[in-house]
Design a protein around this ligand. Structure first.
Ligand SMILES: [Zn+2]
Length: 278
C-alpha cells in the first residue's frame, strides 16, 4: 500500500506541476498565437510575389509568418533578458505595417473571425484579410515597413506551406540571407551597449543566421521556442492524466486480489488446524 500510494502521489504532483507550467506558457503566448496560417492564402500571395520586388507587394501572410517566428523563437529570450528592442530595429512592432490590423483580428471560433474595427464576421481568416485590404486599408501603419522583406533571414518558408519550399540550396541566396540576418542582429542587438544585448546578438546568430549555408550542418531555431515547449507540456500532461486512473485501477485490483488470497490462505490454515488432531 505504502509504495504504490507514494508512486501515485508523485504522479499526481508531476501532472499538476506540468499543467501549471502549461497554463503559464499559454498565458504568455501572444494574442495571435491561436491564429493559423492559411496555406492557400499564402500560396496566392507567393504567386504574386514571384519575380517582383517585395517592397511593392508586401505579403500579409509572409509578414505574419515572420512575426510568428520572432514571437516564438526570439521574444521568449528577449523577455527573459528584460531587453527593450529599439524602434530602429526592423523587428520592433511599430515597424510592421500590418501590426495594428493583425491586433484587430478577433478569433471567435474555428470558423469565425471578426473584424475588430467594424465587428463584421467572416468564415475564415483569409476573408478577414481581404476585408482589411478592401475596407480598412487606411488603417495600415504608414510608417511601418514590410516585415515579409525579412523572411529570407528568418526562414519563413519553414513555417509556411511546405510544398512551396525550395528544395535546392542556392549558395548566393544563402549568402545574401546570411548577410541580411547578421545586419538584423547588429541593428536589433548592438554589441557593447549592454551585456544583455551582446547575449541576444549571439543568440540571434545561432537561432537564425548560422543555418544560412548550403552545408546543411546547422538547423534554424536550434535554441528552441515557446510553442514547442507548451505543446510538449500539454502532451505530457494529457498522457499523465490519462494514465493515472489506469494506474489506480491496477493498484486497486492488485490489492483486492491480495486480500482474497490472504483470506483463502487463512481459511486453508484453519481447516488444516481443525483436521490435525484426527
Ligand atoms: Zn471591418
Amino acid at each position: 500500500m505504502g509504495k504504490s500510494s507514494t508512486i501515485g502521489f508523485l504522479l499526481l504532483c508531476l501532472s499538476l506541476s506540468l499543467l501549471l507550467q502549461k497554463s503559464r506558457a499559454s498565458s504568455t503566448s501572444p494574442p495571435w498565437g491561436n491564429q493559423e496560417l492559411e496555406g492557400s492564402a499564402g500560396a496566392r500571395t507567393l504567386k504574386q510575389e514571384q519575380g517582383h520586388s517585395p517592397e511593392v507587394h508586401c505579403s500579409r501572410e509572409r509578414s505574419r509568418a515572420a512575426w510568428k517566428i520572432t514571437e516564438e523563437y526570439l521574444m521568449p529570450f528577449v523577455e527573459k533578458e528584460q531587453y527593450q528592442i529599439s524602434n530602429k530595429c526592423r523587428l520592433h512592432p511599430d515597424n510592421d505595417m500590418f501590426r495594428d490590423q493583425e491586433l484587430h483580428k478577433i478569433h471567435m471560433d474555428v470558423n469565425e473571425w471578426r473584424c475588430g474595427y467594424c465587428k463584421k464576421s467572416f468564415r475564415a481568416e483569409k476573408f478577414l484579410d481581404q476585408h482589411f485590404d478592401n475596407r480598412h486599408s487606411d488603417l495600415l501603419n504608414s510608417h511601418g515597413k514590410c516585415l515579409a522583406d525579412l523572411c529570407g533571414a528568418l526562414h519563413c518558408d519553414l513555417v509556411m506551406d511546405s510544398k512551396l519550399r525550395k528544395t535546392k540550396c542556392n549558395p548566393a541566396a544563402a549568402e545574401r540571407n546570411r548577410h541580411l540576418c547578421e545586419s538584423l542582429a547588429d541593428n536589433c542587438f548592438p554589441i557593447g551597449v549592454r551585456s544583455a544585448a551582446s547575449r541576444l546578438h549571439e543568440l540571434f546568430l545561432r537561432q537564425f543566421c548560422d543555418a544560412h549555408t548550403c552545408t546543411g550542418r546547422h538547423k534554424p531555431f536550434s535554441r528552441g521556442g515557446r510553442k514547442q515547449v507548451s505543446v510538449f507540456y500539454i502532451a505530457i500532461s494529457i498522457l499523465t492524466l490519462m494514465l493515472l486512473p489506469v494506474f489506480y485501477l491496477l493498484v486497486y485490483l492488485h490489492r483486492r486480489e491480495m486480500r482474497t488470497s490472504i483470506q483463502d490462505l487463512k481459511r486453508i490454515s484453519k481447516i488444516g488446524q481443525k483436521t490435525k488432531p484426527l
